[in-house]
Design a protein around this ligand. Structure first.
Ligand code: G3P
Ligand code: CA
Length: 248
């Protein structure tokens, strides 16, 4: 069966800076994304939610507390109100970023964008922004919510989609095939080389998530995945350089 997406080699393996280089900089901010690029990431992963006044912003948690110290959730505030808060990581801080600002900053770069839908009902507006900035070919829409991906496939059939899951079943893979969802994103600790070979043979791209440390990063690489999200893209860049050498 033909692959929906290209098979991996050193040119197509994606080192996604997860919420940017979030081990080093405030997650899901421009500072974190640029840090990831400086560390050699060729992809950026981020999370989309909607503010009270309908703006799409990049934020992971259901609560503002862990990274901003504020109470409530993204949806409780307008974007202008959220701009008053700071996202912190150690001594560094930055502002919550909109999806539009993200695309303005990075649309012209040679990067792949894994854009995760963190809530339902953002599909149409997310797709509209992706089209406005002309990055359809560079984006993979992801979600743990299978229904969110079904909605996205309807809203924007031209966009690639990836299903994030802890449990890969043949039933789900069959549904994905039916819907044209070409990327399976299993938890890194659950992936074996045999799984990867099988999923590739079925035509899926395989991208790992939940890479908590370098040991897991190495085991997922050795299992033959096509890419992964890492909070420490510098370490994955170093591994890739050692394994494949640097690009000419
Ligand atoms: O790589 C996808 C990953 O971001 C999923 O987990 O919790 O960081 O959104 P989470
Ligand atoms: Ca995410």
């Amino acid at each position: 069966m033909a692959n929906l997406y290209p098979m991996p080699d050193y040119r197509s393996f994606i080192n996604y800076a997860h919420r940017g280089a979030s081990e080093y900089a405030p997650e899901n901010t421009l500072l974190s994304f640029y840090t990831g690029i400086l560390m050699g990431a060729n992809g950026i992963e981020t999370d989309v939610q909607r503010t009270k006044d309908g703006i799409l912003v990049l934020f992971h948690d259901g609560s503002l507390t862990r990274v901003t110290g504020e109470e409530g959730a993204v949806a409780d505030y307008t974007y202008e109100e959220l701009r008053r808060f700071s996202v912190k990581r150690g001594h560094l801080s930055d502002k919550i970023c909109t999806l539009e600002a993200f695309l303005q900053n990075f649309c012209h770069r040679d990067l792949t964008f894994a854009i995760e839908l963190k809530s339902a009902g953002v599909e149409e507006d997310t797709a509209a922004l992706i089209r406005r900035y002309g990055v359809e070919e560079k984006v993979v829409i992801t979600s743990f919510g299978f229904q969110n991906l079904c909605a996205m496939r309807k809203a924007a059939p031209e966009l690639k989609c990836g299903f994030l899951t802890s449990t890969v079943t043949d039933e789900r893979l069959a549904e994905m095939k039916e819907l044209g969802i070409g990327e399976i994103c299993p938890k890194a600790t659950e992936i074996t080389a045999a799984d990867t070979v099988r999923w590739h043979e079925m035509g899926f791209n395989v991208r790992a998530w939940g890479v908590a440390n370098t040991e897991i990063m190495l085991s997922a690489c050795e299992a033959g995945v096509d890419g992964m999200t890492v909070n420490f893209p510098d370490k994955l860049t170093a591994y890739i350089a050692e394994k494949w050498g640097t690009k000419a």
